[in-house]
Design a protein around this ligand. Structure first.
Ligand SMILES: C[S@@+](CC[C@H](N)C(=O)[O-])C[C@H]1O[C@@H](n2cnc3c(N)ncnc32)[C@H](O)[C@@H]1O
Length: 339
């Protein structure tokens, strides 16, 4: 291994980056993806400097080796294995304790070897809002920016995608993904702890690029759109999901502090503003396919994410407002084609 990163245990680096990049490269079957994997070989994943990597590595090392007898990636709750697969070597309760070591579980839901993980987010609801509005994923090479623990990436694989690469700099989510991948090694999904800033220019390797829940975290949202365009082949599809506010073209909320208790929120545009940004960034055929208000049915605290959630982020006397007095969170899905 040639990368030297201060304060990073080489084994952790290999676990969270090098091995995953090599796995991604080994699956790559197009010139574009092979070139991308080669370019990423010289990238230093700065995210590895954050988070308690030792804790995650230990939890991953402790996972039992079990073979799932069945896998369902095309259902609301992703199913990996069955309680009978544990085969008496450990009880469902013992296996549950392994999964609890990865709390908080925000994205899901999952069922692993009979243990249901009721995550903070019902991600199946967002997937249901967009799946029939996007180009069929069968045989497509897909990028998922802000992939979290890989729930959506596995749904993309379940919908027939040829290969999915997720990127997310948050190490605890990547650790959850590595847990899932331990039991799904054959599925062509990989997640790297990097961002689009680490990508080579104009890689053009993907047929579809998802960016869901990321744009409002970017200080320069138009640069984010340009980076997404550069990842796509000509004619490739962008699926963008983000927070929006109601209003006219040109307006964007720029929260001065937190927004619905979320930190690091820069721009929350109107749908008309966002549509104009996307066109300006080099996309045609820009279509709004869904607008929704986030409800506590979709985002709430559970035993797998026992901390504050949406209901704590809204004004207790007026749920149309966030605790800061901004409009309560609304989300839009926009699909567009690279010009
Ligand atoms: C609100 S979550 C959305 C997760 C998922 N895409 C979804 O729609 O539910 C935002 C995710 O984007 C990740 N993220 C933040 N900045 C990012 C960046 N520059 N590149 C890639 N991912 C990023 C965060 O770590 C987090 O997992």
């Amino acid at each position: 291994m040639s990368l030297a990163i201060p304060n990073i245990d080489p084994a952790a680096l290999a676990r969270f980056y090098t091995a995953q990049r090599e796995r991604f490269g080994a699956r790559a079957d197009s010139k574009g993806l092979v070139a991308l994997a080669e370019a990423l070989a010289s990238v230093t994943p700065s995210a590895l400097n954050h988070g308690d990597i030792g804790r995650w590595t230990q939890a991953l090392d402790a996972l039992p080796a079990v073979q799932p007898s069945r896998v369902e990636l095309n259902s609301a709750r992703l199913v990996i294995g069955d309680e009978r697969d544990l085969d008496g070597s450990l009880s469902a309760l013992e296996f549950r304790a392994h999964l609890e070591a990865f709390i908080p579980w925000r994205k899901g839901p999952f069922e692993l070897f009979g243990v249901g993980i009721d995550t903070e987010w019902r991600c199946d609801l967002k997937w249901a809002r967009l799946e029939s509005a996007i180009s069929p994923l069968a045989d497509r090479r897909v990028l998922d920016v802000g992939s979290g623990n890989g729930y959506y990436a596995y749904r993309m694989a379940g919908a027939g995608a040829k290969q999915v690469l997720g990127i997310d700099p948050h190490v605890p989510y990547v650790a959850q993904f590595l847990l899932l991948q331990q039991y799904l090694a054959e599925v062509a999904v990989d997640i790297l702890p990097i961002t689009l800033d680490d990508f080579p220019e104009r890689c053009g390797a993907f047929d579809t690029a998802f960016s869901m829940g990321v744009l409002y975290h970017r200080r320069s949202p138009i640069d984010h759109l340009l980076q997404l365009r550069d990842c796509l082949r000509v004619g490739g599809e962008l699926v963008l999901e983000t927070l929006y506010v109601e209003g006219d073209e040109g307006y964007s909320l720029i929260p001065q502090g937190s927004y619905a208790r979320m930190r690091g929120i820069w721009f929350v545009p109107t749908v008309a503003t966002l549509t104009a940004w996307i066109s300006k960034a080099g996309f045609d055929n820009v279509r709004v396919v869904d607008e929704s208000v986030t409800t506590p049915d979709e985002q709430r605290a559970t035993s797998w994410m026992p901390y504050e959630s949406l209901s704590d982020s809204l004004d207790p006397n007026d749920s149309s407002l966030s605790v800061e007095g901004h409009p309560a969170p609304r989300r839009v899905v926009i699909v567009a084609t690279k010009r």
